[in-house]
Design a protein. Structure first.
Length: 228
C-alpha cells in the first residue's frame, strides 16, 4: 500500500506540486482580499465615529401641558464637542411672547453632546407663542434662526443652521389653546376676586345694628351700639 502511494507521488510529483502551489496562491489571494475588506470597514467605522451632526428644533412637551421645548440633538456618528448655540431673533418679539431661551453672553459652550443623545429646554407656552394672550398682541411668534457649531474628537469643526417657525404646530390639538389646568387656575383666581368683594360688602353690612326702641314705631338701623 505504501509502495503504491509512493509510486503515485513519484510518478505525479510535478502535477501535485503545481496543484499545491495553486491552492496556496488561491488561499493567499482570499486572505489578502479579506484583509483589505476588513481594513476598509475599520476605516469606515473610525470615520463614522468622527462625524457628529448637531441639529436644533422645537417639539411639544411630552407631558401634554401645552409647553414647547427647544431641543439640541446629535444625530450623527461620534460625540460632538464644544457645542455652541446662537439664536438670531427679534428681541422685542421674543419678550412679548415670553420666550425663555435667549442669547446669553455669559453662557459657555456645552462640553460634549454624545452620539444619539439630546438636550431639551423649556422654550415657551404654546398659546402664548401663538399670540392668544394679551402679551402677544394677537400675533404669532416670528420665525427665527438657530446656528450651532461643534467639533469632533480630533477638533474638526462642524456647523449647522436651522430656521424654526412655530406655525409648524398650527392646528395641532393643545398647541394653540390654554391647557385645562391653566383655565382652572384662572377660574379659581376670578372666583377668589369675587369672594373678596363679597367679603368687603359683608363687612360693611355687619357694622349696621338694630337700634329700635319700644317707643319707635318703625325698626331702625344704625352704626355702632344701640342707643340705651
Amino acid at each position: 500500500m505504501k509502495e503504491s502511494a509512493l509510486k503515485f507521488i513519484n510518478d505525479n510529483g510535478p502535477a501535485i506540486t503545481i496543484i499545491a502551489s495553486a491552492l496556496v496562491a488561491i488561499f493567499a489571494a482570499i486572505s489578502t482580499v479579506l484583509t483589505a475588506v476588513l481594513a476598509i470597514e475599520n476605516r469606515r467605522l473610525r470615520l463614522a465615529g468622527l462625524s457628529p451632526e448637531v441639529v436644533a428644533y422645537l417639539e411639544p412637551h411630552p407631558d401634554g401641558n401645552g409647553a414647547v421645548n427647544f431641543v439640541l440633538a446629535n444625530i450623527g456618528q461620534g460625540p460632538a464637542m464644544n457645542v455652541k448655540l446662537e439664536l438670531n431673533y427679534d428681541e422685542a418679539d421674543f419678550r412679548s411672547h415670553d420666550v425663555h431661551l435667549l442669547n446669553e453672553p455669559g453662557r459657555a459652550a456645552f462640553t460634549v453632546l454624545p452620539q444619539g443623545e439630546r438636550r431639551s429646554y423649556l422654550f415657551g407656552v404654546g398659546y402664548v407663542l401663538f399670540g392668544k394672550e394679551q402679551g402677544g398682541s394677537g400675533k404669532i411668534l416670528k420665525p427665527f434662526v438657530v446656528r450651532t457649531s461643534y467639533k469632533n474628537v480630533f477638533g474638526k469643526r462642524g456647523e449647522s443652521t436651522h430656521q424654526i417657525d412655530i406655525t409648524q404646530f398650527t392646528g395641532l390639538a393643545g398647541m394653540g389653546s390654554k391647557p385645562a389646568i391653566r383655565e382652572v387656575a384662572e377660574s379659581l383666581k376670578r372666583m377668589e376676586g369675587h369672594l373678596g368683594k363679597i367679603a368687603k360688602q359683608s363687612d360693611a353690612f355687619s357694622n349696621w345694628i338694630d337700634s329700635t326702641t319700644i317707643k319707635d314705631e318703625w325698626r331702625k338701623k344704625s352704626k355702632g351700639p344701640p342707643t340705651p
